[in-house]
Design a protein around this ligand. Structure first.
Ligand code: PFF
Length: 454
């Protein structure tokens, strides 16, 4: 036997970690603003359907493969492979997952660094250090470098402590804190003038916007939000005990993820309309709701400023929420290359974390100093990794679970922790679903989004 692997000590620990990975900037920032720009509740409804009909089955593929193999994505897919071709594809997809997880973390850490800077800002203004507050909220390479380094350092510290003492322990503390902060913020914002208008925009469906673009946007969001394709859920599944029912745990992770995304909409859209009421511009010159960095870095801070002393506490709570959400996601991304280095390269956890953390930090620096020479390098890396990398790797994972893996072995794995699975609706539907519907749907959506059809 090789060195003992880490394992979650309880199913709550796994749930908090996997939900922590899923719940991130994508839920609190991405989901509400996409909903606002795509027909409000029409987007919410499509998203809910896709989350359960497409993302949940794909999540189950990752969790099941991971728990069966008890290895990282490269080893897991090679283990399922039945011949040289599938072994080669498994290796390439496994390495691709590591690359894409690292690329996602490289831009995610920069955005999370902004959140840390904005969290520090109220404290700096409290002690009257106005030159520092300007630096904290100005978009300079030095500021980005500093706070990306701080955020990446925290991520590395947690991952260096291992599965139970690092990932599980921190997720179990941070996730409840995130939910409490979110609910407190909603309670406060809903009492402010203008909030009801925001709720209306969020919850009134505009089905005229029900287009292929809406479907694709909702699908991409669901994939990103459930951290699919890159092996994070696979590796978390590999740390899960065999006494737990996978379909049940996977459904709970999906429910928490969707629930928090929906709840975050009850904060962000009302907050935008409260900001408008307070005189802040919330529509761009072309008449669209400001949804990009401007929303979090200008509209909401302007709102907090207009709230006087209370605004300072609201700002601290809001940016603490964003930092927590980012951290429980970033650790899951870093665990992907770290687990590979431990299991395939024979490294110890601490040096593996340091090495992989520094490589990814170097990738972040390539974005900060725009080595790519692009107009917007962050968006470019974000698009390549989430619009191409995640869905295409998702297809490979579904194909491995649905076509390459033997059905009886799949059943044996799912029976662990769920003895009567064979008689459930899940077993009647899911294997076919992951075999045919998921890959086809993902590929179709991908083709439409690339303008290949439609
Ligand atoms: N699910 C995270 C979010 O919604 O912000 C993002 C993410 C985490 C994507 C982990 C991919 C990943 F491997």
């Amino acid at each position: 036997m090789s060195a003992p692997r880490g394992q979650f000590s309880s199913n709550i620990g796994f749930l908090m970690a996997a939900a922590g990975s899923a719940v991130g900037l994508g839920n609190i920032w991405g989901f509400p603003t996409k909903a606002a720009g795509n027909g409000g509740a029409a987007f919410v409804v499509v998203y809910l359907i896709l989350a359960f009909l497409l993302a949940y089955p794909a999540l189950m593929a990752e969790l099941t493969i991971g728990r069966h193999a008890r290895r990282n994505m490269v080893q897991a897919l090679r283990g399922i492979a039945t011949g040289p071709i599938s072994r080669f594809v498994g290796t390439v997809a496994g390495l691709g997952g590591i690359l894409v997880a690292s690329l996602i973390l490289s831009f995610y850490a920069i955005v999370a660094g902004w959140m840390v800077a904005y969290l520090v800002e109220p404290f700096a203004s409290l002690v009257g250090a106005s030159h520092i507050t300007d630096w904290l909220t100005g978009d300079s390479p030095a500021r980005n470098l500093t706070f990306t380094a701080i955020f990446s350092g925290f991520t590395m510290l947690i991952i260096a402590s291992g599965v139970e003492k690092g990932i599980e322990r921190w997720s179990t503390v941070l996730m409840p804190a995130l939910i409490i902060l979110l609910l407190l913020l909603i309670a406060y914002v809903l009492t402010q003038d203008g909030a009801m208008k925001g709720l209306e925009v969020y919850l009134m469906p505009d089905f005229s916007q029900f287009t292929p673009e809406l479907m694709i946007s909702a699908m991409g969001q669901a994939f990103f939000s459930l951290s699919l394709g890159v092996g994070t859920m696979l590796i978390y599944g590999s740390y899960l005990s065999q006494q737990e029912s996978l379909p049940r745990l996977g459904a709970m992770v999906t429910l928490i993820d969707v629930g928090i995304a929906f709840t975050a909409g009850l904060l962000i859209l009302p907050a935008m309309y409260v900001a408008q009421e307070a005189g802040t511009q919330i529509f761009s010159a072309s008449g669209e709701l400001i949804a990009g960095p401007g929303l979090i870095l200008q509209v909401l801070p302007a709102l907090f400023d207009s709230m006087g002393t209370a605004g300072m506490f609201v700002a601290i709570a809001f940016f603490a929420l964003m930092v927590i959400a980012s951290l429980t996601s970033s650790i899951s991304m870093l665990e992907v290359p770290v687990a590979f280095s431990i299991e395939n390269l024979g490294m110890k956890r601490k040096p593996a974390t340091l090495l992989m953390g520094l490589i990814i930090f170097a990738l972040s620096n390539m974005i900060i100093f725009n080595v790519y020479n692009s107009d917007d390098p962050l968006t470019m890396i974000a698009r390549v990794s989430t619009e191409y990398g995640q869905p295409l790797l998702g297809v490979v994972l579904c194909v491995f679970a649905g076509w390459i893996w033997r059905r009886d072995q799949l059943l044996t794995e799912l029976q662990k922790g769920h003895e009567d699975i064979e008689r459930t609706l899940f077993w009647k539907i899911w294997p076919w679903y992951v075999r045919i519907v998921c890959p086809l749907l993902i590929l179709a959506a991908f083709a439409v989004s690339q303008g290949l059809v439609g």
